[in-house]
Design a protein around this ligand. Structure first.
Ligand SMILES: Nc1ncnc2c1ncn2[C@@H]1O[C@H](COP(=O)(O)OP(=O)(O)OP(=O)(O)O)[C@@H](O)[C@H]1O
Ligand SMILES: [Mg+2]
Length: 259
């Protein structure tokens, strides 16, 4: 099959009866191999939940997730862990770097956990790719937010995963660094055939993708192919994610609220 990931009727409900939150309400979609998809939607619309369910980090309440022909709901935790290590790279919204490890150690961790030795030069190349070639021996606390974010990206790329899930990977980056990272993700899809699924609030970031999926209240609310920053912004405005009166402050609030 040509799909890297396929979600069918994925539903995720948090909490119990009285304070139930339906984070995903029946999402069906597919991510073709070698494609780059952006996921957008208002804060709380279920983007992170979608990514975590698709990556086997969280279990849907119902529905099916097929990752390279593996039905995730049929796998036990050991099998899921192995699949995540071998096939998936994940960039967390909150970076999730280990503070006691250096940058290099953080980046090589997925390889070491998988019992693989990093090939000579591979770690330095990964750090160079994200512009952190000279910071390998620093600890995360000695880096800026954007630099930490780039370590998290290098860590997700180091195993050459088939599928890379990235939750706002450019949220902490300046415009120019963000552009470099987005181009890197784009090349990973186009040249290396990796499948990229990226959550973003930024229409310019989304325009690097081949396709944008819009989420609202846990449901798919449309999609755009060959997106431009303008067409994405227009769609987001209609979803109520950006208001006409306060387009920047509203988006800014979302971002601040996440850190
Ligand atoms: N562990 C949890 N327990 C209870 N509710 C949760 C949990 N995780 C997420 N939710 C709820 O599920 C909904 C979707 O959350 P999610 O984090 O997927 O949103 P999001 O689209 O990523 O938002 P943002 O843009 O702010 O990151 C929200 O209403 C959130 O409060
Ligand atoms: Mg989120």
């Amino acid at each position: 099959m040509t799909d890297a990931v396929r979600l069918t009727a994925v539903r995720k409900v948090y909490g119990r009866r009285d304070n139930e939150v339906v984070a995903l309400d029946g999402v069906t979609t597919r991510f073709g191999r070698g494609t780059f998809t952006a996921i957008m939607g208002p804060s709380g619309s279920g983007k992170s939940t979608l990514l975590q369910c698709a990556a086997g980090l969280d279990q849907p309440t119902s529905g099916s997730v097929l990752l390279e022909d593996h039905e995730l709901s049929e796998m036990d935790e050991t099998e899921l862990t192995a699949l995540r290590r071998e096939r998936i790279g994940f960039v967390f919204q909150s970076f999730n770097l280990l503070p006691v490890l250096t940058v290099r150690q953080n980046v090589t961790l997925p390889l070491r956990l998988a019992g693989r030795r990093p090939a000579a030069g591979r770690v330095s190349a990964a750090l160079d790719q994200v512009g952190l070639g000279t910071r390998g021996h620093h600890r995360p606390s000695e880096l800026s937010g954007g630099q930490q974010q780039r370590v998290a990206i290098a860590r997700a790329l180091i195993t050459d995963p088939a599928v890379i899930f990235a939750d706002e990977p450019t949220g902490a980056l300046d415009t120019r660094t963000a552009r470099d990272i987005l181009a890197l993700l784009q090349r990973s899809a186009q040249d290396a055939g990796q499948t990229i699924v990226m959550v973003t609030h930024d229409p310019v970031a989304a325009s690097y993708a081949d396709r944008v999926l819009f989420l609202a209240d846990g449901r798919l609310a449309g999609e755009l192919r060959a997106p431009t920053a303008e067409s994405v912004a227009e769609r987001m405005t209609r979803l109520g994610a950006f208001t006409d009166e306060r387009p920047l402050s509203r988006a800014g609030t979302n971002r601040e609220g996440q850190r």
